[in-house]
Design a binder for this molecule. Structure first.
Ligand SMILES: [Zn+2]
Length: 143
């Protein structure tokens, strides 16, 4: 999609007075000198909270694989979700491109965490089955 603002070769200052025109749309007037803005100033990036959320959830999903992966199976997919949202926001021009690395790291951590969580759940399932078998056989062998 087209963001309402773009760059003028990285320059976002008024050609006449040097005023910072970030956030001023094309065809608008420079708030300082009143000249018409005839280029697209660099966008004001929103801080990419999705990238931060993705990274934090991704790390938690890996660290949280202890305890049979219950934490991982919840946080991992969320990290992937927020990582994807963060990337979309960057591509749409709304979020800081510098947060791309963080979003990627969050997604990768989320994928690893989800896998660890899945393994943890299988281990938990194995124990539950083992317990049921043990209880059942103990009952059968009882006096
Ligand atoms: Zn100006």
């Amino acid at each position: 999609m087209n963001a309402p603002y773009a760059t003028n070769g990285g320059v976002s200052n008024c050609a006449y007075c040097g005023y910072d025109l970030r956030g001023t749309p094309i065809g608008g007037k420079c708030p300082e000198c009143g000249n018409l803005v005839n280029f697209r100033a660099a966008p004001i990036y929103q801080s990419n909270g999705n990238a931060v959320a993705s990274l934090v959830l991704g790390i938690v999903s890996i660290v949280g694989c202890m305890g049979y992966g219950i934490v991982s199976i919840i946080c991992g997919p969320l990290a992937i979700y927020f990582g994807g949202k963060a990337k979309k926001a960057i591509q749409a021009g709304y979020a800081d491109p510098n947060s791309q690395g963080m979003a990627n790291a969050g997604r990768v951590c989320g994928i690893i965490g989800t896998c660890l969580g899945a393994v943890g759940m299988l281990v938990l399932l194995f124990y539950v089955v083992l317990m049921i078998v043990a209880v059942a056989s103990a009952g059968a062998a009882g006096p």
